[in-house]
Write a protein that binds this ligand. Sequence first.
Ligand SMILES: Cc1cc2nc3c(=O)[nH]c(=O)nc-3n(C[C@H](O)[C@H](O)[C@H](O)COP(=O)(O)OP(=O)(O)OC[C@H]3O[C@@H](n4cnc5c(N)ncnc54)[C@H](O)[C@@H]3O)c2cc1C
Length: 248
Amino acid sequence: MASEWVKGTVVGKHTWAEGLYSIQVEAPVADFRAGQFVKIALDIAGERVGRPYSLVNPPSERPLEFLFNEMPGGPLTPSLSVLNPGDAVWVSAQAGGIFTLEAVAPAANLWLLATGTGIGVYLSILRTPDPWERFERVILVHGVRSGADLVYGETIAALAARWGERFTFVPVVSREFCPQALGGRITDALTGGELEARVGARIESAFSHVMLCGNASMIKDVKQILEARGMVRHRRNAPGQYSTEHYH
Ligand SMILES: Cc1cc2nc3c(=O)[nH]c(=O)nc-3n(C[C@H](O)[C@H](O)[C@H](O)COP(=O)(O)OP(=O)(O)OC[C@H]3O[C@@H](n4cnc5c(N)ncnc54)[C@H](O)[C@@H]3O)c2cc1C
């Protein structure tokens, strides 16, 4: 990924819950593919501190949009979370990453599993024609700790209105009871069978592609479940049935 930085300006900010924000940024970043990330940086105590963030906006829309958690004591996010419209940020000139639908074979069902801020990347992908041209059904699963972390409700409702029965959204909330949501973690909902029962489809290699985005332990656990079902990691040169993007 190129290390060249371009100047960006924050043009919007939304606080979803304590420590959970999205910001919109105008910056002359090159064209990107849905599923990619850019680096955002701030100059802090004389040093440029940059971290990767997935693009939430689809490639056809601007401004750039990012969803992030403030990590107390983290090098970047405490400074990122206090930015307001009009403030400057650095953005990498080029997007990077291969967590895209590129070279993914068409299949019946596309499962998009996210923990926390990992949902952002799917909101970019879902607002392109690609998944709808290549999959019959798309299932978006969002694992969070509390109901307040279920972000982008309006965007998800608009997708549901646009795509009807072809689109299913399943919230999974681990630390409190939340109506409409499955309880526990994504891994539990998968091993216990509740997730597939809710969706009315099985995750099987013959007719599914699964994308996993977010924390490493969810990805590791789900990956084991998928591999036990005979699914293999997708690579551009060797297409498989699941793809991963680790945030932490
Ligand atoms: C390809 C890629 C894309 C990413 N996209 C996003 C994104 O869209 N939104 C986002 O919030 N983060 C994203 N991250 C993580 C992000 O780059 C930073 O690590 C994070 O924002 C914390 O930055 P920091 O400098 O404050 O602390 P860091 O030193 O980077 O991390 C501090 C601690 O927080 C944990 N952590 C990092 N990210 C998260 C998170 N999202 N939720 C909970 N714990 C976390 C780390 O494991 C570490 O223990 C992405 C990471 C990668 C590799």
